[in-house]
Design a protein around this ligand. Sequence first.
Ligand SMILES: Cc1ncc(COP(=O)(O)O)c(C=O)c1O
Length: 348
Amino acid sequence: MAAKAEKQALNWSELGFQYHKTDFRFRAVHENGKWSAGELIKDPLIAVHEGAPSLHYAQQCFEGMKAQTAVDGRVMLFRPDLNSERMNLAAGRLLMPEVPQAMFLEAVEQTVRANYAWIPPYGSGASLYIRPMLIGIGENLGLKPAKQYEFRVFVSPVGPYYKGTGLAVIALAVSGMDRAAPNGTGSFKVGANYAGGLLATKAAQQLGANEALYLDAAEHRYVDEAGSANIIFALRDGSLITPRSNAILPSITRRSIMILAKDQLGLKTEERAIDLRKEFVTFAEAAACGTAAVLSPVGRIWFDDAWHIINGDGKQVGPTMQQLYDLLVGIQRGERPDPYGWTHSVKL
Ligand SMILES: Cc1ncc(COP(=O)(O)O)c(C=O)c1O
């Protein structure tokens, strides 16, 4: 595949977080116990049987990653091995075949390379979002696993997930609806966790929030996560905490931030249950974090029928979140050394 085509004439810095059709996507099919070699194709449509378990019973999972143009022109992925690992955990949970890590990484690299023209340039604030997905496509009326699966990777150039540039301060509203049960599928990136959240997000937005914030489903006491991001809190005592819960997605961004906080900023870090109402007064700063959200400071949280403000007037970016954002994004864009080997250059 010829790489390095001329860049598309897009207004990169104006992009929102929306689907933008690109030229190529990768597709492989699993049948009779084995994967096809896989290939790049042009058609963005997927033909599946009307009886496909992905359509009826949500036998499907996906991943979300980004490729970014580094300051020196390299195109970099961030910890793609962890996306592969997480997809295979979801596959195991939903009785789908694993996608071998080598195939996953090769598919991601091929798709990014083939769509070089769509990778936002360095400094634009935009990136190439990558969506690997695994779906049950074979006909199957009864509630049992599919007989065939498609693994697909498509990409789309995207801007910030939340409106605003750089570090947009967001608002969250605690939802009365639950996202995931304590021993359910909340820790897997499966579509079934998200459909039920659409109404919760709508309700949160009607209150003026960007997203819903979920508390634990058993007691509605402890912070779980937001609709599409994990949560971190910087406490007044200088430590950084994040929820420990079986029901949240193990965010790759969060895992990285917790390491940066400890190693680079010397903060005391802890993953533990966080009682929102009881501990709110101890929060100096809060943020949502994820591939799409990057690190978005949270200025206010709606719960018990009122807005609760964090960090002054709820519009400021606090010093801890600013430092963590700079460290994370600096590594992802190749502006800072990467002592952890987290970045992965795509061969162009
Ligand atoms: C529900 C949910 N939590 C957390 C995250 C963040 O995970 P990651 O940092 O691996 O992107 C995501 C996806 O971005 C998500 O959909």
